[in-house]
Ligand binder design. Structure first.
Ligand SMILES: *[C@@H]1O[C@H](CO)[C@@H](O)[C@H](O)[C@H]1NC(C)=O
Length: 398
């Protein structure tokens, strides 16, 4: 269910503060024992300005190296390529001590970690708990998303990307699940360097520019993958994506011959969010409820074949006609069920709790009653799911 972002402190990468840079500048120059410096080089004596300039240049080069080393300590993944010190240069003992002090000082306000890439957290316990506590009314999505993502990320060396396609009415939690994934897999959530979100009508609005978009998307994916060995790409409004654009993703989703064994494993997840097939999902739930069953009885086996068929037949959508669907490149179709009154109430409760506000059962009922329910006769499903519930609680604030 959509909710305002949690009050999670946003870790930033502050630039090295000036005093520290100055401290680094004052550190002794490696390979230049103090004794020789003290014996004032002849050049420096005759031309003090030039001598000073050289000293400063050397100090600046040195501080850049310290900075690079500090970066490597704090963000090991950023520096694989240039981690090697230049030949003939090694950090003096004193410098190493400074570096250790600096690193621990830095980590006291910046969360550092021991894993190989601090930006990737892959907290499956957190994901499981979020999916079962914060996501309402989606027993199928809850199970399937956790199993698929965890299974994929635990593979030592997957030979393709993972593609999940979320289907359901608006407000049923597709975006919310995408956000929970980003938050539990990456330290910085959706703002992570490793996560990219594309909204079809915003990023790729004009069909006539599809060739340009293809180039841009290819570059974006490539760049993100170079920055991060585990990446997440979210395509919102996937039903509006041009099928030609989706061709770009084909090479990622086909099995690839194992590359050079020394190359680092690369993991890529694509999420496609759309309302395609939403009506089929709703119909299935409606039939079940009308027959006196409960929604939890719905199994993936019942729903997914019908959902797939509906997506393939959808005439007005590029997604259904794209190679992804036609060539079975989507690994999992994830149905999001329509939400009932009781689920909307839970969303309202969460919205109060997330803002640390008190609520009454009456207020929850009033908020849930503000939504429109369909079909006309039964009034079973909220037509907007839990959309904008968090804004609605404002009416009930003292
Ligand atoms: C994983 O998430 C849970 C729940 O959000 C949290 O309590 C736990 O500290 C997290 N674990 C790590 C290693 O970040």
């Amino acid at each position: 269910m959509p909710r305002p972002p949690p009050l999670r402190p946003r870790p930033l990468r502050p630039p090295l503060p000036l005093p520290l840079l100055l401290l680094l500048l004052l550190l002794p120059r490696p390979g230049a024992p103090g004794a020789r410096d003290d014996a004032s080089p002849p050049d420096g004596a005759r031309e003090p300005l030039r001598g000073l300039r050289e000293q400063l240049r050397a100090a600046a080069a040195l501080s850049r190296r310290y900075w690079a080393l500090l970066r490597c300590r704090v963000w090991p993944d950023d520096c694989e390529r240039d981690a090697e010190a230049p030949p003939g240069w090694s950090l003096p003992l004193l410098g190493q001590q400074y570096l250790a002090i600096l690193t621990s000082w830095y980590c006291s306000f910046q969360d550092c970690c021991d894993s190989e890439d601090c930006r990737i957290s892959n907290n499956f316990t957190g994901l499981e708990s979020d999916l079962s506590i914060r996501l309402h009314g989606q027993h199928l999505a809850r199970e399937l998303v956790l199993t698929a993502v965890k299974g994929y990320l635990e593979l030592p060396r997957p030979d393709k990307a993972l593609a999940l396609s979320f289907h359901g009415w608006s407000g049923t939690g597709k975006n919310f699940v995408a956000r929970l994934l980003a938050e539990n897999l990456y330290r910085d959530g959706q703002r992570s360097d490793c996560v990219k979100m594309f909204i079809a009508t915003f990023h790729f609005p004009h069909p006539k520019y599809v060739d340009l978009y293809k180039e841009q998307l290819t570059t974006q994916i490539k760049k993100t993958q170079e920055r991060c060995h585990q990446t997440l790409f979210i395509f919102d409004e996937a039903e509006k994506l041009h099928p030609g654009l989706l061709e770009v993703l084909r090479p990622h989703l086909e099995h690839q011959a194992p590359e050079n064994h020394r190359a680092k494993s690369r993991k890529t997840i694509f999420l496609f969010l759309s309302n395609l097939g939403g009506n089929i999902v709703n119909e299935a739930v409606l039939n079940l409820l009308q027959a006196g069953g409960s929604r939890e009885e719905i199994k993936l086996e019942h729903l997914v074949p019908r959902l797939r068929a509906e997506i393939e037949q959808s005439t007005d959508s590029g997604f259904g006609h794209s190679c992804l669907v036609k060539e079975n490149l989507i690994d999992f179709f994830v149905p999001f069920l329509p939400l009932e009154y009781r689920h909307v109430r839970l969303c309202a409760r969460d919205a109060f709790l997330s803002q640390e506000l008190l609520y009454t059962e009456e207020a929850l009922d009033q908020i849930a009653k503000m939504m429109v329910y369909v079909p006309k006769e039964e009034q079973l499903f909220s037509s907007q799911g839990c959309k904008s519930i968090s804004q609605r609680i404002n009416y009930f604030l003292p």
